[in-house]
Ligand binder design. Structure first.
Ligand SMILES: C[C@H](O)[C@@H](O)[C@@H](O)C(=O)COP(=O)(O)O
Length: 219
């Protein structure tokens, strides 16, 4: 079996995603890149039920799928185009977090509100509702993954990217927490986000060390 380490890592984060309520039932799909291959969840599975050998191998340059008798996620194009669009991406996580979806029902642009959000995620992009699983949605997401590591999908969910699964997963958690904070602040009054200058100051501070410290803190 090729790339057992990547497959095991995928199983680990698939379970965390479910345990943290970021999807329910058979929702969501995740992938990780290894060389020219991506390993993607099969379609219709609850993420935590996927066994290491069931992750679907897809050749990123050609889109060729290694046949193991399971269908790849219906969002295969979204993952494929994402890796093609931004070669720095090592993992992609698509979830349906409830506060993110609620946020997109009333707003589009998620403001940057607190330092960990600025440092770990930065600005979140937005794609209006497009029918799931379509080439159109895949193209729209691929156009955003060069400018943002998190993309809210209107009336649908969230896509995050990272250099690895851990980074993409933490970003999912932070964006969901941000949407939750925004919605509770909005219910109480008018949220006051960080200014552009304050966000840029965090980005300037953002030596790799600072990010790594934050990531370790969040372990
Ligand atoms: C409409 C689907 O739920 C879509 O959002 C899809 O991305 C999903 O979450 C699960 O589909 P797969 O099991 O095919 O990955």
């Amino acid at each position: 079996m090729q790339n057992m380490e990547t497959r095991q890592e995928l199983c680990k984060y698939a379970t965390k995603i479910v345990d943290n309520g970021l999807v329910v039932g058979p929702g969501g799909n995740i992938s990780a890149k290894s060389g020219e291959m991506m390993y993607l969840s099969p379609s219709g599975f609850a993420l935590e039920e996927i066994e290491p050998e069931q992750w679907i191998e897809v050749h990123i340059p050609t889109g060729e799928i290694t046949d193991i008798g399971l269908r790849p996620s219906s969002e295969v194009l979204m993952h494929l185009y994402g890796y093609r669009s931004n070669p720095d991406i090592g993992a992609m996580v698509h979830t349906h977090p409830s506060h993110c979806i609620a946020f997109t029902l009333i707003e589009k642009e998620l403001p940057v509100m607190f330092p960990d959000q600025a440092a770990l995620v930065g600005r979140t992009a937005y794609v209006p509702y497009i029918i799931p699983t379509t080439d159109l949605l895949a193209e729209a997401v691929a156009a955003k993954v060069t400018e943002a590591s998190s993309i809210l999908l209107g009336n649908h969910g969230l896509v995050t990217t990272g250099r690895n699964l851990r980074e993409a997963y933490y970003r999912t958690q932070v964006v969901e927490e941000s949407a939750k904070i925004y919605l509770s602040a909005k219910a109480a009054g008018q949220p006051v986000p960080l200014t552009d200058q304050e966000v840029d100051d965090i980005a300037a501070l953002e030596s790799e060390d600072y990010r790594i410290q934050l990531l370790q803190k969040m372990k």
